[in-house]
Ligand binder design. Structure first.
Ligand SMILES: NC(=O)c1ccc[n+]([C@@H]2O[C@H](COP(=O)([O-])OP(=O)(O)OC[C@H]3O[C@@H](n4cnc5c(N)ncnc54)[C@H](O)[C@@H]3O)[C@@H](O)[C@H]2O)c1
Length: 273
């Protein structure tokens, strides 16, 4: 069991969406400090103000996780100003639109991979050595069901999340083999109602998840050292069905019957402020 009480928890992208909720839930579970990293100053200030009204120990840092120099500098600041991080939740992520790959820009590819993939590794590398030294800690990597299931109009997002699942699992195995005491949880949710994927079409078998439901599942997974969170239930069936069905049958089942391959056609995403 990983305890949350009296720990220091860092959530990247913690100013909004499920990041904010997971941070809040960790504070409610008795975390001593919540460190929030986010690129959005307005949301960071608002979330800090609101969470501080209930808990004193909220530490906001304005940082772009895709900028390695900022990540290294801010990690050093956190370690000297707040202390060692016990639970790291790599949550910040982006989707740049719903274009086919042929219409992607080079800048869009690089930005997606930098925020959704490379950043998780760079941030983890800053905090993992101290966790290994203490022989305790927990790293949560927020991937996506799109990290197990390819989907049209989100090819680069899928690539970024498949990479997270592969890396997260390999690191988990290494940390177990070396008896490090550090735990890893990989999270693969389908669409969540945070606004990030506003406009997508969902099937009743794969309903839009409530942000609170997913955040609570992740916090519970930290406490019970679960290796994976896959939600809703249908996502748990993906590895098995993909493994046993011929590709064309899988396309028919998931793409046509469940309508997933058309889910991005109505995508609008967050409203631009
Ligand atoms: N919403 C969904 O349907 C869904 C489904 C599966 C997985 N996910 C994943 O869950 C995570 C959180 O998603 P959400 O729906 O809460 O998103 P959100 O857009 O509501 O919140 C993301 C937060 O990350 C911050 N952020 C973005 N880029 C950043 C950067 N470069 N540096 C620092 N902070 C940055 C944003 O400012 C925002 O506060 C993401 O990794 C996303 O890919 C979301």
């Amino acid at each position: 069991m990983t305890k949350i009480k009296e720990t220091t928890v860092l959530v990247t992208g913690g100013a909004a969406g499920i990041g904010r909720l997971m941070g809040d839930m960790c504070l409610q579970d008795g975390a001593a400090n919540l460190v929030i990293w986010d690129i959005n100053k307005e949301k960071l200030d608002e979330t800090t103000r609101e969470l501080r009204a209930m808990h004193f120990s909220v530490h906001p840092y304005l940082v772009d996780v895709s900028d390695l120099a900022q990540v290294r500098e801010t990690a050093m600041k956190v370690q000297s100003e707040v202390g060692e991080v016990d639970i790291l939740i790599n949550n910040a992520g982006i989707i740049t639109g719903n274009s086919d790959f042929k219409d992607f820009t080079h800048a869009g590819i690089d930005r997606t991979i930098a925020v959704n993939t490379s950043a998780l590794m760079h941030v983890t590398l800053e905090f993992l050595p101290a966790m290994i030294r203490k022989q305790s800690g927990h790293i949560v990597n927020i991937a996506s069901a799109a990290g197990m299931l390819s989907n049209p109009q989100m090819s680069v997002y899928c690539a970024s999340k498949w990479a997270v699942v592969g890396w997260s699992e390999a690191m988990r195995m290494e940390l177990e083999l070396s008896r490090s005491g550090v735990r890893v949880t990989t999270v693969c949710p389908s669409y969540i109602n945070t606004g990030m994927f506003a406009g997508v079409k969902v099937n009743p078998l794969l309903p839009l998840l409530k942000p609170e439901t997913l955040a609570a599942l992740v916090v519970r997974a930290i406490k019970s050292n679960r290796l994976f969170v896959r939600a809703p239930f249908m996502v748990k069936l993906v590895p098995f069905t993909k493994g046993i069905l011929p590709v064309r049958w899988f396309d028919l089942f998931v793409g046509k019957w469940l309508g997933i391959y058309k889910s991005m056609s109505g995508f609008k995403g967050h409203e631009k402020s």
